[in-house]
Design a protein around this ligand. Structure first.
Ligand code: ZN
Length: 308
């Protein structure tokens, strides 16, 4: 008898578990939008959007945090997420390699700086020195090239090293590098620690520079077109709502950085007008070719989706 009751109990709980599973799965498929991000100020628009969508529309955005660009890219390129806030050059490279993705908006406007050690006074002083960027496929690499050109130098005159963003301020403090350019707030962190200063801000080097983009997978766009369109529109609205105060609130929640670092960093960036214009994209594509990031970047009409 005991055994019979036990079998019955197992059967009932199994049935219940299966129902719960099925229920959860259908909610997942219908409602959740999975977005990959790195905890940087450059991704605040998508973090703000997730908050707004859930509060106002009941649409759940599952934010998936990654520790590095290669890990995030791997998730995006294998359709494990519906989209990502990602360095646009990395996304362009993936597109070039045949991955089905589209850039639908900018991550931010401006918001990058070239940080150098306190004993460097001009870009010419960087000759023969060590300089860190996060990835060869980045606007940070382009901004470095632009800065060097101002002093009549090229990347052949310095030693470039790829470092994880979080390691850059301490590497500058230790003297293993003499400068760096990377997504924020790691530039602001160097300033806050007193180990470096701003040599150039991005707008001094490249007007209307592109850096990160909101990228969606073709799978998401094709299978859920209305949601993808709505998501893109709401993303731009969320960006427009991000004034310095609001941006700081979101950054405090997701970034785990000090007040001082955020105050310095958020003065350099804005999130309004996140549409990717053809002119700005073509300037980026030219720079990508000129500085050897890629010989064959995707065409605007193949890569940027604006015809919703
Ligand atoms: Zn960026």
């Amino acid at each position: 008898m005991k055994n019979k009751i036990y079998v019955l109990l197992v059967a009932v709980s199994l049935a219940f578990a299966l129902t719960a599973c099925t229920k959860e799965k259908s909610t997942d498929d219908d409602k959740v939008v999975k977005i990959a991000y790195l905890p940087i100020t450059h991704s605040l628009a998508v973090l703000e959007e997730a908050e707004e969508l859930e509060k106002e529309d009941g649409i759940k955005v599952e934010l998936i945090k990654y520790g590095s660009w290669p890990e995030l890219l791997d998730a995006l390129n294998s359709d494990r997420v519906d989209g990502a806030s990602v360095l646009i050059e990395l996304a362009m490279k993936s597109k070039q390699e045949g991955i089905g993705i589209k850039a639908v908006a900018l991550g931010h406007k401006d918001g990058n700086v070239l940080i150098v050690s306190n004993d460097i006074d001009s870009v010419e002083d960087l000759k023969g020195k060590n300089f860190a960027i996060p990835h060869r496929q980045s606007s940070h690499n382009i901004l470095l090239n632009d800065a060097l050109a101002k002093g009549g130098l090229t990347v052949d005159d310095i030693n470039i090293t790829e470092l994880a963003p979080t390691e850059m301020p301490s590497a500058l403090a230790a003297g293993t590098i003499d400068g760096y350019c990377v997504a924020e707030p790691f530039g602001a962190m160097g300033v806050s620690l007193g180990v470096g200063k701003v040599l150039y801000s991005s707008e001094e080097l490249w007007e209307n520079s592109l850096c990160c983009g909101l990228v969606l997978t073709d799978k998401f766009i094709e299978e859920r077109p209305e949601e993808a369109k709505n998501f893109t529109e709401r993303y731009k609205t969320a960006g427009a709502n991000l004034d310095e105060e609001k941006a700081k609130e979101v950054a405090e929640k997701y970034l785990n950085q000090s007040d001082e670092v955020l105050d310095i960093s958020l003065k350099w960036i804005s999130y309004d007008e996140l549409t990717i214009t053809e002119d700005d994209y073509n300037t980026l594509a030219e720079k990508v070719k000129e500085y050897g990031l890629s010989d064959n970047p995707p065409e605007y009409e193949d890569f940027v989706k604006s015809d919703w």
